[in-house]
Ligand binder design. Structure first.
Ligand SMILES: [Zn+2]
Ligand SMILES: [Zn+2]
Length: 114
């Protein structure tokens, strides 16, 4: 399964970058009008001074642009899965589990010996 995931990484990475800060999405938030996505803090700050999407210039909302953005949990999930730095804890945990297990194997005999 993890092999399949890795294949897609290069394909998807450019879509996981916020053009406002140049980094990966943090609390990915999508404009419902055009489905462009940004970090929550980036787009909220941006919409304080503009009511138009920074990418396509569509009007986000006539008066209250914050009403037309939605936290995108699915997208944020993808970011966590595809960006190892952000998801390091799970990755290393997985690797540790395996190496620790094989290392401990010779000793389990002792523990169970009593
Ligand atoms: Zn951003
Ligand atoms: Zn847009």
């Amino acid at each position: 399964m993890s092999g399949l995931r890795r294949l897609r990484v290069t394909e998807l990475h450019p879509n996981l970058l916020c053009i406002l800060c140049g980094g990966y999405y943090v609390d990915a938030t999508t404009i419902v009008e055009c489905l462009h996505s940004f970090c929550k803090t980036c787009i909220v700050r941006y919409l304080e001074s503009s009511k138009f999407c920074p990418i396509c210039d569509v009007q986000v909302h006539k008066t209250k642009p914050l009403l037309s953005i939605r936290l995108d949990k699915t997208l944020q999930d993808i970011v966590y899965k595809l960006v190892p730095g952000l998801y390091q804890r799970l990755d290393t945990q997985d690797a540790d589990d395996r190496s620790e297990h094989s290392q401990l194997c010779p000793h389990t005999g002792c523990c169970h010996g009593t």
